[in-house]
Design a protein around this ligand. Structure first.
Ligand SMILES: Nc1ncnc2c1ncn2[C@@H]1O[C@H](COP(=O)(O)OP(=O)(O)OP(=O)(O)O)[C@@H](O)[C@H]1O
Length: 217
């Protein structure tokens, strides 16, 4: 994939009649690594979902290179997400009935990868999970499950890596390790890394910060 400038302007999202979330404008060159911070409930996860094309904002536009994400049809946004986006969910969202390798392979197939099973194996090996390929998520530690989720998110070489609360389930040492992995993976791809976090230490480990916090009614 070709990493590209990610930009947003005049963004707001309405979830329900009474909740309107507004976002500051941003322009992030390819390869930017940014922490999204702000009080609970101000719309950080919602923001990631807009960037992923999972959610259409009420107002404003998001562009990624030449594509205006907010102008795309739902089908086009699905294609964008499968090809350009790697998303590490807070609770990982691994398929419980699939092994570690199958979880990564499935994402690669969906992204149209040429050799999904070899690429899945290699992605897991790079994250030091070569000895866990045939394990089910329930047979893995929390840190290992997270590494599978990271492998799944980066294996198709996305230009945009979105991560929700990567350290929520980890102790301090593992949290630092997870951030090193994510930053290294993004740097290797030249991808933009957007990390939602409550953890000041995590936020401080990233060079840029995007503060979310205005809730309108
Ligand atoms: N699908 C939805 N339908 C209605 N309201 C929603 C929906 N998703 C989120 N909200 C509301 O939108 C607001 C922002 O939610 P969001 O999860 O994006 O915030 P957050 O900053 O990530 O929160 P936290 O830090 O607690 O995880 C909250 O008030 C939430 O209740």
């Amino acid at each position: 994939m070709t990493p590209a400038i990610l930009a947003g302007e005049q963004l707001s999202v309405q979830h329900a009649q009474e909740v309107t979330l507004t976002y500051p404008d941003f322009t992030w060159p390819a390869g930017t690594q940014v922490a999204v911070t702000g009080p609970s409930g101000t719309g950080k996860t919602t923001f990631l979902n807009v960037l992923a094309g999972l959610l259409r904002p009420r107002t404003g536009r998001v562009s990624y290179g030449q594509s205006v994400l907010t102008d795309l049809s739902e089908g086009q946004r699905d294609t964008f997400r499968r090809r350009e986006v790697g998303y590490v969910f807070q609770d990982f969202h691994l398929m419980p009935g699939l092994t570690a390798a199958e979880n990564v392979e499935l994402a690669l197939r969906v992204a149209g990868a040429a050799q999904p099973s070899r690429q899945a194996r290699e992605a897991l090996q790079r994250l030091e999970l070569g000895h866990r390929l045939r394990h089910l998520p329930a047979q893995l530690s929390t840190g290992e499950r997270q590494r599978v989720a990271i492998a799944r998110a980066v294996a198709h070489r996305p230009g945009l890596l979105l991560v929700d609360e990567p350290t929520a389930h980890l102790d301090r040492e593992r949290a630092a390790g997870a951030m090193t992995l994510l930053r290294g993976a993004a740097a290797e791809l030249g991808a933009t890394l957007v990390v939602v976090t409550h953890d000041e230490q995590v936020a401080g480990s990233l060079p840029e910060r995007y503060q979310v916090g205005q809730v309108g009614v």
